[in-house]
Write a protein that binds this ligand. Sequence first.
Ligand code: NAP
Length: 514
Amino acid sequence: MTQIAVPILVENVDDALTAGQRAAAAGADLIEWRIDRFDDAAGLRELVERSPLPCIVTCRSEREGGGFVGDGAALQARLQPAIDAEPPAAYVDVELATWKREPAVKAIPADRPGLILSTHDFETRPSDLLRRVADMAGDERCRVVKLAWRARSLRDNVEALEIARQQVKPTIALCMGEAGLPSRVLAKKFGALLTFAALDDAAGTAPGQPTIAELKGLYRWDRLGPETRVYGVIGYPVGHSMSPPIHNAGFDAAGVDGVYLPMPIPPEYEHFKATVLTWLDCAPLHFRGASVTIPHKENLLRFVREQDGEIEPLAEEIGAANTLTVRDDGSLYASNTDYAAALDAVCDTLGIGRDALAGRRVAVLGAGGAARAIVAGFARHGATVVVYNRTRERAEELVTAFHGKTGQVVAADPAMLPESDCAVIINCTPLGMHPNVDATPVEQAPAWGPGTVVFDTIYNPIETRLLREAKAAGCATISGIEMFVRQGAAQFTLWTGEDAPTDVFERVLRERLA
Ligand code: NAP
């Protein structure tokens, strides 16, 4: 069973033991005592003997991202107390380069503790990576092969995970950096010996290392297994996306064997295509779908078209999709859950079905990506949509694209908004979004009141100035979190065939935004 090791940089025995106890309480299986700058033989022996969990002792060199400077004899002397302790450390880590170059380290016994041979590259994937793996695995003294390199892209995770899966010896294969997170979370799915997790945000010893709380809470470590299906949010950047917390909590609540990861992919189509193909081609990964956000919504359509997949007709008309579904037969489906989420949020608030939107007047503020999906959805259902946008040409583009497709679409000057007679007003601009919470797209209100629905697609803050003022005027209001929850719920259903636990989605979102 793949274990979680928490690295702790040792400065003194007492602080290290306190940190070790916190790691044990947080659910770690192993502690890695990092003694790069701790040169106290008696202290190390005490630390190993009193370690609250089995331990790895590592003295990482400056060359490989640590703080130790010294030759093989100095390293051997530094590690010796971990070997002499009763009981000894479970493992000591020696870098492959040192092992090859410094005869003195060969005095370290192979079995007591177990010898980890390791190699690290904080810049890129070493060109001789597989040679290094073979050298480590082929050394009869080596008990554990460890390799870590900075992921050049999400694709490198697949190589790390495959190395872990095809191991001839127990293996630790991890990618560093933001793009390397999947290798750390999915190490268990692929049967690696262990993954590393930081005790807290400040305690990571390698870039991209999750905390143990994230690994066990957010990424559902205890539930992961070889058959776990993998989903994610593809975008750039995606670091602050709310989708991983809601979907992982949803999988948990619904008992779905899935995990949902951030998937940062640089903007160009070739990056998108190469990454998604690599993930789809790795059968043991079980990559089954993704939420797709800026800047890849158009790329998703192009990709699915090229792969002879199916595209939802309205997503094609909008020119953007936000959901990739990989069906059981491997075929691809691209769809857009944004417009449906917005339509249904408005219809439910009005207490009507989508059919009853025909002839209703809807004001859309903004003409960007979100507005495009919403304008298309309302026009498709027969509404008359008035687009108010700062840049008139972009509003006119929406008129050209969607006017006459069942409903009407017209462009209007934002200065005319106070004259609007629309009973539904939808903000699709970022005006009022955190941190500019005093801004509003409606400086001078139209004749709104009971009977008007005001919908702000912004979800941070949950209640924008626009919604506050609309509510004070007696309007019915819809927050962006409702749209976010609904678009996520539709994705959940596409992927799992089950109703999403929307109450869980909303609770998680509110907790995160509080
Ligand atoms: P976008 O493509 O960049 O479009 C932004 C639109 O807002 C453009 O039409 C732009 O006008 C206008 N705008 C920007 N700054 C403005 C300003 N200072 N004054 C007046 N107009 C301004 O962005 P998007 O992807 O459509 O996203 C827009 C909003 O929708 C965001 O706040 C986002 O949070 C929200 N959203 C919410 C959800 C959800 O699930 N709740 C989903 C998607 C998006 P110009 O054309 O003149 O540049």
